[in-house]
Design a protein around this ligand. Structure first.
Ligand code: C5P
Length: 311
């Protein structure tokens, strides 16, 4: 398994450490896109065996961690977190940041406390792994501010216990084939950048519900083609290999998403794909410039916020 995203002080491009000053640690908490997702079957533990390719995007939340000796971990939103996101993300024991911090405190750091400020940008129930990224950042951040001698392997074990997408975002890989529940990471090396434009309907999708309504394909597809597009530098072929087995079930559950996907395709003249269990749908662009144009077109024609997601 790959190492946890290494600590690098100073500004960095993707997620990871941003700065440490006065004992205050500021971390970027990245999002992911699934550019391939096949469901291989249902497992005895109720989860589904996956073959998926995730890429880490620069669309991030920010976590600020301030250690203290209160013995408690307090979580609050930044003042500039929009009300729509405050209302959609719980700050109680359901929040993965608090659960991640608790896991670490359980490993002999019970006296450690912190104030954690979450600047939320990534909407929940979007298939972008916002909560998973927050958990990964909390694991890395709390280990750092509490100066714990917890290995990367132990962090990965905790991550897998907390959710299926956390290991990928913890690994720091730009792209990976993820198997098992999604927690087994095989990083993919590739050079250059990828550009996507994504939109989301008002309503999110419930991940358990989408999985429950999905049946494994009769003819299983493989992540090998998408992986090869990345590693062979043939990202021009990427669009033709993108696939997500969860799309049909999600579209049946969320008519607004299905309609947005259809209108997004029509407005941009490109196929639109769903990430994870949705409800974000995205199109592929060849350059930052093209992506900015597509973003403007989508916002003008669809009257929604469109994100430019760079990998
Ligand atoms: O692991 P995570 O908490 O992200 O999963 C949320 C839910 O999505 C699970 O409780 C399960 O119902 C479903 N799931 C699944 N198979 C996976 C990942 C998630 O069935 N590989």
């Amino acid at each position: 398994m790959s190492e946890c995203y290494a600590a690098t002080e100073g500004p960095v491009g993707g997620c990871g450490w941003r700065s440490v000053s006065g004992g205050r640690l500021v971390l970027q908490s990245a999002s992911k896109l699934n550019i391939f997702l096949e469901v291989l079957g249902r497992r005895e533990d109720g989860y589904h065996e996956l073959d998926t390719v995730m890429v880490r995007t620069r669309f991030c939340d920010t976590l600020t961690l301030i250690p203290d000796f209160s013995g408690a971990v307090r979580l609050r939103f930044s003042d500039s977190t929009p009300a729509s996101l405050r209302n959609a993300v719980p700050l109680d024991g359901r929040n993965l940041i608090l659960r991640a911090a608790e896991q670490l405190r359980g490993l002999g750091a019970s006296g450690c406390g912190a104030e954690i400020i979450l600047h939320k940008c990534i909407p929940p129930e979007s298939g972008l792994g916002g909560g998973s990224g927050n958990a990964a950042a909390a694991l890395l951040g709390c280990r750092q501010i509490w100066n714990l001698s917890v290995s990367d392997a132990q962090l990965h074990e905790m991550a897998a216990g907390l959710g299926s997408d956390i290991n990928f975002l913890l690994s720091g890989a730009r792209a990976a084939i993820c198997r098992g529940r999604g927690e087994q990471i095989q990083p993919l090396q590739f050079s250059g950048s990828l550009f996507f434009v994504a939109v989301r309907p008002g309503r999110g999708n419930s991940t358990p519900e989408v999985f429950r309504r999905t049946s494994a394909g009769t003819e299983l597809r493989t992540s090998a083609h998408v992986a090869r597009c990345l590693t062979d530098g043939r990202t021009d072929l990427l669009e033709s290999c993108i696939f997500n087995r969860l799309t049909d079930a999600a579209a049946r559950m969320n008519a607004e998403m299905a309609d947005l996907q259809h209108r997004f395709q029509h407005a941009t003249g490109r196929p639109a794909f769903m990430s994870g269990s949705g409800s974000t749908v995205f199109v592929v662009c060849r350059s930052a410039r093209e992506a900015r144009e597509v973003q403007r077109t989508a916002e003008r024609k669809l009257r929604v916020v469109a994100w430019l997601l760079e990998v």
